[in-house]
Ligand binder design. Structure first.
Ligand SMILES: Cc1cc2nc3c(=O)[nH]c(=O)nc-3n(C[C@H](O)[C@H](O)[C@H](O)COP(=O)(O)O)c2cc1C
Length: 465
């Protein structure tokens, strides 16, 4: 009985209230009236035309005519009588819906036929209208409410399809995906996709309701976790790489992004974590780094030995020598300016440090060469001049070019006249020959060359010359 009350209050409430935008509704509706009673069909047709002169109203008197009509062309709405000579309206409605046809249907019911009305709504009718009420006003309102109902049903159907599609995409993703509830204490997992289970070895049933920290272990870096905590506190996205552990205890590198999602009021409701296992990539990078470090160490020894200790290959900034007392600089270097100035300042420093003429000219020439290399290969550079009270001059030339690869280093430094883009150019061997000590640090972020010459030449003999 409550269904009836609901239906009646629904139909009357909807029918008698004008909705915003109703006047914008198009007039050229295509309507099918299915009724074996010609008078009733005419009443519906006339009533509809009263408010919608442009409406295209087609009539069907039997079940089979109705079937043929609906399969021939689409309709915006069907007014459907229950009693048909070759079947019943409800059966027709059921077969229509089973065939996937969502055309809005208004069921025409007899007086006191509320039971049928309920059945019709359950079977997918948008509305119903007692035949006693076939007035133009009621027909118009019924049509409008059926169309509005259909529209919202369609929107809901599309939204559900989208959701279903998204669910399938998440389930099929090769990255691990977890969704955590941000409104509950300690952000418990409320969903994880199959890839998460494959990556970590934990099935969904074992992780739902838990915080993701169960993936951490002895080598999980606290710096990365600190980043996660800060982002969660600030409600920001975050990207970190964490050392995590599978259920079987084996470690893996987890590249984790966490993105907050917000509710209508802007509050964070959920946190979505996407996990990518980058262990193989990390291992390859580590192996490469180790290889480069080994090669550099070999080269360092080789350079030191063939240059009698004059050339030191520095693996990092920490290996560069201590700078002395600043005499001049920074001097910006470019093709147009700076090189001559750096040479002049070097000569001034040599004079201040008391270097003999010949040693001054050697250092000045080497500095010019190093500065030229920087601007040729990196476009620009910077020079600094330092002195030491024991009677030494030290000149730094830095650039931010792409550096010299380990493979190119021997040729770039030791071969006379060797010059290609990305090397130190033709003058480097000359530099080594004319100053007491050269320090070289180079990587993809730039190159630093430090030249040192003392008042008195070093005693050691140098077989490289
Ligand atoms: C959505 C989401 C996904 C997370 N995924 C991981 C993960 O895969 N591995 C991990 O070690 N921590 C993950 N965390 C981080 C931990 O849950 C926790 O926030 C972190 O350990 C810092 O908090 P704590 O200091 O309370 O442990 C995730 C957090 C969130 C919100």
């Amino acid at each position: 009985m409550s269904d009836y009350i609901h239906l009646y209050s629904g139909i009357c409430g909807k029918a008698l209230q004008e909705q915003p935008g109703d006047n914008d509704m198009q007039d050229h509706f295509k309507i099918l009236v299915v009724d074996d009673d010609a008078l009733d069909r005419r009443a519906v047709r006339r009533g509809l035309h009263k408010h919608h002169q442009g409406a295209d109203v087609q009539e069907a008197a039997t079940f089979s005519e109705a079937m043929e009509a609906i399969h021939t062309r689409p309709f915006d709405c069907v007014f459907l009588d229950h009693h048909l000579p070759d079947g019943n309206g409800l059966g027709w409605l059921v077969s229509l819906r089973e065939g996937g046809d969502n055309t809005p249907v208004v069921m025409l019911t007899g007086h006191g036929d509320e039971k049928l009305a309920v059945e019709a709504i359950k079977a997918g009718a948008s509305d119903y209208l007692p035949k006693d009420d076939l007035t133009p006003g009621m027909l118009d309102h019924c049509l409008r409410s059926a169309l509005r109902f259909h529209q919202s049903q369609e929107q809901m159907r599309r939204a559900q399809e989208d959701l279903h599609l998204r669910d399938r995409a998440i389930a099929a993703a090769s990255n691990g995906i977890v969704i955590c509830d941000a409104r509950q204490a300690d952000y418990p997992i409320i969903y994880c996709n199959p890839a998460f289970a494959v990556m970590t070895g934990y099935p969904a049933a074992e992780v739902i309701g838990r915080n993701c920290r169960f993936l951490q272990g002895p080598e999980t870096d606290d710096h990365g976790l600190q980043q996660v905590r800060e982002c969660l506190r600030a409600g920001r996205e975050c990207l970190v790489v964490l050392r995590n552990y599978r259920k079987d205890g084996s470690p893996f590198w987890n590249q984790l992004t966490i993105s907050p999602t917000r509710g209508a009021g802007g509050e964070i409701t959920h946190l979505i974590g996407v996990q990518t296992d980058i262990t193989e990539q990390r291992d390859a990078e580590d192996a490469l780094r180790l290889n480069v470090a080994r090669q550099q160490a070999l080269l360092r020894d080789m350079f030191a030995s063939v240059t009698d200790g004059r050339l030191t290959l520095c693996a990092s900034e920490d290996d560069l020598p201590q700078s002395h007392t600043r005499f001049a600089g920074p001097v910006p270097l470019s093709r147009a300016s700076g090189i001559r100035e750096l040479r002049r300042l070097t000569m001034g420093a040599c004079e201040a440090a008391g270097l003999p003429d010949e040693r001054r000219y050697d250092l000045e020439t080497a500095v010019g060469e190093a500065a030229m290399n920087a601007v040729v290969h990196a476009g620009t550079g910077t020079g600094h001049v330092f002195t030491h009270e024991r009677g030494a001059v030290q000149v730094w030339v830095e650039d931010e070019g792409k550096g010299i690869t380990v493979e190119d280093l021997p040729n770039a430094t030791l071969r006379r006249g060797y010059t290609t883009a990305g090397t130190l150019g033709h003058g480097f061997k000359m530099i080594i020959l004319t100053v007491d000590k050269v320090f070289l640090r180079t990587d993809t972020g730039g190159t630093t060359v430090v030249l040192e010459t003392e008042r008195v030449p070093p005693a050691a003999s140098w077989p490289f010359a």
